[in-house]
Write a protein that binds this ligand. Sequence first.
Ligand SMILES: Cc1cc2nc3c(=O)[nH]c(=O)nc-3n(C[C@H](O)[C@H](O)[C@H](O)COP(=O)(O)OP(=O)(O)OC[C@H]3O[C@@H](n4cnc5c(N)ncnc54)[C@H](O)[C@@H]3O)c2cc1C
Length: 355
Amino acid sequence: MKNLVILGGGYGGMKILSELLPNNLPEDVKITLVDRVPYHCLKTEYYALAAGTISDKEVRVDFPEHPQLTVKYGEVISIEPQDKKVLMKDDESISYDDLIIGLGCEDKYHNVPGADQFTYSIQSIEKSRKTYSALNNLGPGSVVGIVGAGLSGVELASELSESRSDLNIKLFDRGKHILSAFPDRLSKYVENWFVKHNVEIINNSNITRVEENTLYNNDKPIKCDVIVWTAGIQANKVVQNMDTEKDRSGRLVITPRHHLPNDENIFILGDCASLPHAPSAQLAEGQAVQIVEVLRKRWNGEEPPAEFPPIKLKGVLGSLGKKQGFGMMADRAITGRVARLLKSGILWLYKFHNG
Ligand SMILES: Cc1cc2nc3c(=O)[nH]c(=O)nc-3n(C[C@H](O)[C@H](O)[C@H](O)COP(=O)(O)OP(=O)(O)OC[C@H]3O[C@@H](n4cnc5c(N)ncnc54)[C@H](O)[C@@H]3O)c2cc1C
């Protein structure tokens, strides 16, 4: 039996499974899925988990069951390509014939002193639960500093302000306008929403240091009861420790067939891979489809395509609390109730197909 090992049951890992199971896996291939969490987590909803507006159970989806699939629960600590092994924290090792690494990302602190120590995070389920606990135990009038006004910072600030109007929320962003990756019209729409909901936007900010309950913006101290960091991501540290070419965010450079340039049995998936688009769940899923095609061709003794057409992304949708939203669909900016309904619909469909 050949062993296909998948590290990470996130959006990318789950899509690999749904492409192969139940009926598309050759009889002589078994799959080992490894994750430190015993279920698939809906990371795109961590902002709501942290804000306390959905329950933990709503972001969990069971892994599939299949006679050729083994799910291994545990923490991956390193990859040993020369021995074709994955090392686990409990000293166990897992051998592979083909390996797909989809371990996601972690916060990037841009060398800001104290940021890793004194800020909360929404990049993993464990960290989002801690953030939930810190935010939801705050008394009225407490100050929450959110650093970074990209998609996740905006979703967290809006969700929290809608459910806890008694909090004083400050959203710090480097740019002249929040959501700098989106068209001006969208940024302005979202800024107006924040003005109406008493969220203070602090543009042109530069967080130079963080201490316990204090953010330094351009070296000026600002007291905060809780600080959440949403100001950047980098590849999972297991991947960053690998001895192969990386981009500025620690993501691994890959070939058009999605494997490492010097090892055709190690595929890099999702937020761990250096790709020409911003990391997203959609991108991880698009890549998963192409990786499965490469594997299936090889299992059939055929030559995989030398390259694939560009991965088609449908757009981006963000929420502003439970009723309003914003986003880009097929290059068109959409705002308001329709954008929010579309986002909820996509989540519902995802759970329906994977639950
Ligand atoms: C608040 C927020 C909102 C977002 N909204 C959107 C959106 O609307 N649309 C969109 O497309 N994208 C969105 N994203 C981005 C999206 O969530 C990621 O790009 C996507 O999850 C990447 O998928 P992945 O498979 O690479 O990794 P992940 O989905 O992060 O999965 C990684 C898996 O690896 C496991 N893991 C990590 N380290 C280890 C280890 N050492 N040992 C064992 N297991 C490990 C984790 O438990 C996890 O299951 C959002 C992200 C956030 C934080």
